[in-house]
Design a protein. Sequence first.
Length: 513
Amino acid sequence: MPSKQVFESKDGATYTTSTGAPVGVPYAAQRVGFQGPLLLQDFHHIDLLAHFDRERIPERVVHAKGAGAHGYFEVTHDISDLTCAQLFSKVGNKARATVRFSTVGGESGSADTARDPRGFAIKLRTEEGNLDWVFNNTPVFFIRDPAKFPHFIHTQKRDPQTHLKDADMFWDYLSQNPESIHQVMILFSDRGTPDGYHHMHGYSGHTFKFVNKDGNFHYVQVHLIKDGGAKTFDNETAGKLAGDNPDYGIQSLFEDIESGNPPSWTVSVQTMTPEQAEKFRYNVLDLTKVWPHKEFPLRPVGKLVLNENPQNYFAEIEQAAFSPSHTVPGIEPSADPVLQSRLFSYPDTHRHRLGTNYNQLPVNAPIAPVANFQRDGSMAFNNQGARPNYQSSILPLAYKEKPYNVIKHETWLGAANADLSYITELDFEQPRALWQKVFNNTDREHLVHNVAVHIKGVRSAEVRDRQLSVFAAVDQDIADRIAQAIGVSTVKPLQVKPAAEAVRFKAYATDQA
Ligand code: HEM
């Protein structure tokens, strides 16, 4: 008879079944004698296996690899002229925050230092409900028409046959969709390989609408600037770390917080009136463009601090469900079509990934009381007791209107099927300024090198030359230098329509319809 191991609990916890019954021999299944088959009566063992079989939930279809932490957001400057959101009603107001950083294209086991944009998703728990800022570390994005998103993502993931990442597929998409070039220039600079997850800035990218109590709104872009500055790796260091320590980002975030060195960001906004938007050179709803800081300076708003590691990664980070549609009165989405699509896509994927009651999971549950007529469904932890599940005259719910009316903000009129991806010279101005004015010589050298080591894997000369012609449309020097680095002949710039043909932002109209 083997001797039974005896443990003394240090925190008062005793081993039980999932129904709370104590189990005397946890490491042994019930069986007939020492050699016989197992017993169906052994709930502990069957429950153990059955639960194990169901431990995995779907990983995020994008942004699967991540790291996260908790902390707080504090309002440091008064912006009540911009928004009536309760959080921003007073300097000193604080909200508990949960942040998840991520890479985009790789699976949940992929390397943290991959060349990729980084996700920077923030959940702020306010008295008026959750405010999620689901941002990236780049101020622009690859697309301005959301219909392209799933196709674009497919090309950055694995080939359906080889199940390998594929340089032809990658550049084939990007070269055919040149509005991506601004983001491509950022991605292939060293900003595409940040030093870990938390030495980087964060940007809304999208334009939001901040609405004040008088009902007036501003278009707003949000910036989170890392205190102490951002840090990046060069291509070779990032590549080496991907092999040596694929979890570098998770580890460095955890260790910085654990050692009392919490990362923090200064949060600012750029603002634009609707009238300014009509005169702005670029379309305010075009996610491939930035707003020049000289014209639209940063106005500080608050501070984000991450000072608390999760106690349980799965419960507090993996199950976190961020969505741009989780917002509060005073902060509205703009009509940016990519943002509009995201308003649908995130809660849709949460229902698939976490279940219909995903907002009842502790990490997602708002601190604001929830009362509505949603009931039941899988895992309905907060099923709202005996309260009626319709608007009953006997026990009605009060309705609280927003302090403003958005109906008069914008009037939209136009033909269906507008081509949002129409390419003009305007699409090359900002990437050109990045190359000629923002980058220094080292940045330029690194961009050429980083593209060269990637694009030399392309098998199709047609794809390679098409992408070189996109670079040449930014600046012939870029194409020439990349071509030289990979030993091919350079190409002429892609021919594009004049800037005057770009779709301008004219949709704003008051009381005209
Ligand atoms: C994650 C869709 C564009 C930032 C996701 C997820 C989906 C998605 C389905 C997985 C969410 C989950 O499983 O919880 C889309 C679509 C887009 C789009 C359809 C365009 C049409 C963008 C843009 C940004 C962005 C432009 C940033 C400005 C993020 C972030 C995450 C994410 C940060 C990770 C959230 C987390 O950590 O849980 N996206 N996305 N996405 N997306 Fe997007």
